[in-house]
Design a protein around this ligand. Structure first.
Ligand code: IVH
Length: 697
């Protein structure tokens, strides 16, 4: 139940309270044993309210449009037949969920059409044949069908004036404010060319990138919420939110796929938009005959998995606007375009076990261990089951066969259960932490259980893994196994401990040679100079993902300033709402976290802002220079020396070539210095460099 198509009763007309009911009617109802009707009506109202909330607020519908419509119609029917149970607050008298007032509707200047769909190459060939009856030598544009939410954009004199959902194709909902939060969409076109003048009508698809969706799901799981079902559902729900700051935080994106009413060919008009800075649907190809289209269908079958957005197929469009006009339209779809859809892939396998994982905040997530099975190009051996309720809903038991599908083609999900003949017991959530045996707790209103023990080793492990992960401090060489040995040897308890590890300590660990120990120490030390937003991500503040971290870096510029910010300071930042502001403040107020941060500072973690980096790159005395450091620089590690080079504007490089501008040499310098001298490159003694760094602060 997605998109903005009119959905049965959700757009139902307002009804007045039922007419007065005669005593006679009431008696009749009672006499015929229909007191149970009242119960049924109450049940339907509750259910519809719940599904409204799931649909409008949580973007996590549990039932299909048709199922919703059936409930709605049954309630309408009963209320009509039994007016004595009428209630002015019944969902049949309102549009959508209680707390979601209807948005302003806008009439589309040009109706939004939909596309004919096909799953068969035969029908695609038939489409080509029909086109050729009207157009002699058609040229087709073939492009991905983006699985998002349709929007119509209007630009006036180059400025984004309005964005609306499809609605019923004739009128849609005004979502301008939310679409304005999409950072890649120009609000103003930086050109005065003729095509920008007057009104420009574009069509696009709003979506979540797979990467962003994965982060949102992880964040929701961390908070103990049931995550969105798939990127399309979440994009639809997000687009309708009333809180634009929250929309901005989630990070919607858009692809433009059509320019309406242009005389230019479709392909060229998209090229032109792309050049003007618009995010345009990528991977477009022109085809001249059916064989070429067929080849595209086959090649794109696998290629679409490499996109960072969901597609459910491709769109074939006649490229020439004149030919489009000749072909014309049917009532709701054009004759000049068709969508070819790939069948969604699912696979069947056996549920071997249900394991409970402990996340970095202690949240317990049940995970299905599966017999490995090939699905959409990768082997799947596990799937998140989210929480106890989800398991109950699926009634999934060890030994059953299960059907798995990838949500947004990335996260495997169990979509169906085929019960085993003799079934095992229903799964029961553990009451104690599987790692440390502490009694689990559940916060009020939350569906997830948590391990409250701050010393829980599983929590510590998850926390350090997150700290070191690619999107955080990016410490290479600190994988699962190494961390396991570090924990076993009691060498680390929190992220700050990493920075005091020595090569000797590490080299003593099992499966760790001198060389990999040295490499690991180097990458840990290097991580001290990561950009500030990465450190903010690494700290693992609840509700703070990469986007928010970047905003915080931009606003505060240092961890100290951020740590001292009040809740009000935080909430006044564009995309940060009360909840996020609260969780940032709570995090820094936690004495245990404060202690870790203090020790990180002591260890020399000096996160620098992207701005400071850029400033030093363009203004420093060594702006643009390629600099090599060789030998020992007094008082500095190699990484610190290289970071200092960067602060002075230079680019630190490891080998000397004809393009090197400067070589800094200290004790122990050898071949690199020799080469520099041979090539006539400028050199500088390390002591002089160290003094220069000290002076530049
Ligand atoms: S062109 C006349 N191109 O799919 C209709 N639509 O199921 C022109 N969609 O309404 C649509 N990717 O919301 C077009 N590359 C693409 C698309 C695309 C996704 C959506 C669009 C359309 C729906 C039809």
């Amino acid at each position: 139940m997605v998109g903005s198509e009119t959905v049965g009763g959700k757009d139902g007309e307002k009804k007045k309270a039922g007419p007065a009911v005669s005593r006679k009617q009431k008696r009749e109802a009672e006499r015929s044993g229909e007191a149970r009707i009242e119960e049924r009506i109450a049940f339907l109202r509750r259910e519809i309210e719940r599904h409204n909330r799931l649909y409008y607020q949580d973007a996590r519908p549990e039932i299909t449009d048709a199922e919703y419509d059936a409930l709605f119609r049954e309630l309408e029917e009963l209320e009509k037949r039994y007016p004595l149970f009428a209630d002015p607050s019944s969902p049949t008298t309102r549009v959508g969920a209680d707390s979601v007032p209807a948005r302003r509707t806008v009439k589309h200047r040009y109706p939004l059409l939909s596309l004919d769909n096909t799953y068969s190459l035969g029908e695609l060939r038939e489409f080509d044949r029909r086109v050729r009856e009207v157009v002699r030598k058609p040229v087709y544009s073939v492009e991905p069908k983006v699985d998002g939410v349709a929007v119509a954009l209007v630009y006036n004199e180059g400025k984004l004036l309005q964005a609306a959902t499809r609605g019923d194709g004739i009128t849609g909902e005004d979502v301008t404010e939310n679409v304005r939060t999409i950072r890649t969409l120009p609000r103003k076109i930086a050109s005065r060319a003729a095509w920008v003048r007057g009104e420009l009508h574009l069509r696009g698809e709003v979506y979540f990138s797979r990467r962003r969706f994965a982060v949102l799901v992880r964040e929701m799981e961390e908070r103990g919420e049931v995550p969105f079902a798939n990127p399309r559902n979440s994009a639809a729900g997000t687009l309708k939110l009333l809180d634009s700051a929250e929309v901005a935080r989630r990070g919607l994106e858009i692809f433009i796929h059509s320019v309406v009413g242009t005389r230019e060919s479709h392909f060229n008009s998209l090229d032109r938009l792309e050049k003007a800075g618009f995010p345009v649907v990528p991977d477009r190809t022109l085809c001249r005959d059916f064989e070429e289209i067929e080849r595209e269908v086959e090649e794109r079958r696998a290629r679409r998995r490499t996109y960072d957005f969901d597609t459910d197929g491709l769109v074939v469009k006649v490229d020439d606007p004149e030919a489009q006009r000749e072909l014309g339209e049917k009532s709701r779809s054009p004759r000049w375009a068709i969508a070819f859809k790939y069948e969604p892939e699912t696979a069947e396998t056996k549920l071997l076990d249900i394991e409970c994982q402990v996340g970095r905040t202690g949240v317990i997530t049940p995970v299905a261990r599966l017999e490995p099975v090939l699905l959409s190009g990768t082997t799947v051996s596990s799937a998140s089951l989210h929480n106890e309720e989800e398991i109950r809903r699926l009634d999934i038991r060890i030994g059953d066969r299960v059907r798995v599908q990838k949500a947004g083609d990335i996260i495997p999900q169990v979509v169906g259960v085929i019960p085993a003949e003799t079934r095992s017991e229903s799964f029961r959530m553990p009451t104690r932490c599987p790692a440390c045996d502490t009694k689990l707790v559940r916060e009020e209103g939350m569906v997830k259980w948590k391990c409250p023990n701050p010393e829980c080793v599983a929590k510590i492990r998850a926390r350090i893994l997150h700290f070191a992960s690619r999107s955080a401090m990016d410490i290479s060489g600190l994988g699962d196994k190494t961390l396991e040995s570090l924990l076993a040897a009691r060498l680390v308890r929190d992220p700050a401990d990493l920075y005091s590890l020595t090569v000797e300590e590490l080299a003593r660990l099992p499966r760790m040679g001198e060389k990999s120990a040295a490499n690991l120490v180097r990458s840990i030390q290097e991580s001290r100079f990561r950009p500030l937003h990465r450190l903010i991500v690494a700290l693992g503040i609840p509700n703070v993902g990469e986007k928010t971290a970047r905003d915080l870096e931009e606003t505060f510029g240092s961890l100290d300033a951020l740590r001292n910010a009040t809740r009000e300071d935080l909430a006044s930042i564009g995309d940060i709402g009360e909840i996020v502001a609260g969780s940032i403040r709570d995090f820094f107020d936690d004495p245990a976290e404060a202690e870790v941060i203090r020790r990180l500072g002591e260890a020399g973690v000096r996160a620098v802002t992207e701005k400071a980096r850029r400033r030093s790159l363009s203004d420093g005395p060594w702006a643009g220079k390629k600099v090599v450091v060789t030998g020992v620089v007094p008082g500095m590690t190699r990484e610190e020396a290289e970071e200092a080079v960067r602060r002075l504007g230079g680019r630190a490089q490891s080998s000397v070539s004809g393009r090197t501008d400067l070589v800094i040499f200290g004790e122990g310098a050898g071949l690199k210095l020799e080469k520099a001298r041979k090539l006539g490159i400028e050199t500088m003694p390390a002591e002089e460099f160290a003094t220069m760094v000290r002076k530049s602060g």
